[in-house]
Design a protein around this ligand. Sequence first.
Ligand code: FAD
Length: 376
Amino acid sequence: MSPRTLVLVGAGHAHAQVLLSLAERRWLQPDQRVVVVSPTALAPYSGMVPGWLMGRFTHREICIDFESLCQRAGAQLKLAELDSLDPDRRTIALSTGEILDYDLLSLNVGSTLRPPPAQRQQTILCLRPLSALREGWESLLRRVEASGHLPSELVAVGAGAAGFESILAVSHRLRALVPAGPMRAVLVGSRGVLPGHGILARRCAQRALDSAGIEVRTGQRFGPADAADDAVILWATGAQAHDWQLDPHRRGNLAVDAEGFVRVDRGLQSVSHPEILAVGDCASLADPRPKAGVYAVRQGPVLTQALQQRMSGMASSTTYHDHPRALALLLSSPREAILSYGPLGLAAHWALDWKDRIDRRFVRRFNPAISSSTLA
Ligand SMILES: Cc1cc2nc3c(=O)[nH]c(=O)nc-3n(C[C@H](O)[C@H](O)[C@H](O)COP(=O)(O)OP(=O)(O)OC[C@H]3O[C@@H](n4cnc5c(N)ncnc54)[C@H](O)[C@@H]3O)c2cc1C
């Protein structure tokens, strides 16, 4: 018998693609339904977050509108978070107290970070989850604008792509607000800047940091006690699993890896519960990928096909194989992006134009109503 209820938890990059396919190709049968669970109706697209921090885009421009997407797909959107999962009873409990039954469940809930508490008058801006970043960032901008003072120190902890792009973006934006203010900017990474990228891209990154006056500190643990009393700290360390994934009372006997990420096979199916699929940052393949949006995007079509087959009562025959290399285009200044692909690395204006075209096209696919006005 075909499943009746498909529940998609999380407004992640792969679920956006599933909903778009449903809107365009209507592959559900009349007695089937899709429910989407997300705490917010607007989901920021990670590739454009640094551009938003730099002031190149509004928050609305970087978001996928899940409310409108769900309407077009004929799916019901529940504005709530998954609080716990009972995989044996096939139910999830939501933050609103509601219990939802599912026949098929797909998880695309991303990842989180657990920064230490701020000390003295410090502000910590945590880069995950992205929805929480908006509040902290907009309130910091209002404070700096109103006071006309910059913090004496801006620190980014974590020198991967997120920490690198966001310190450049935030430092540029704050200095544009208060050009004369003194502010020391420091990027802290245990393995140097952009570990995992080729030497040429890393050299470009170092040049971009030098010309923005940002110091790099490597090889040491850093906590708020090491920063100035009024420091703004961007917390961008490695992705972590959500609390419910780490807690056996809240995830039941769903198989997770040592860090709490949901263990899936090449079909993106849970290794313990075949009626649960998981993708993007929250999932863990036997051959793990870095926690990057590009993999959630690449898994979207595979997930869509698997869900479509399963909702038609067939076994899923689709498997996920990706190219071991991924192209990264990293915002390094208001005029340039760094292209990093395997050993290739360069910084150029055209790379920024290219990045903008790719990112805008991605978001525009899901938001046709604003494509001609805001994003054209
Ligand atoms: C500043 C910054 C820049 C980045 N730039 C890039 C880049 O250029 N390229 C790249 O590849 N990667 C980039 N990344 C990494 C990227 O953000 C993540 O890897 C990517 O967003 C993961 O996508 P996802 O679809 O798995 O989850 P997400 O896009 O994080 O989506 C998860 C969704 O699930 C929702 N959710 C969470 N918990 C629950 C719950 N309990 N119940 C219901 N819903 C829930 C969230 O609200 C969110 O909408 C960047 C990250 C940061 C912080």
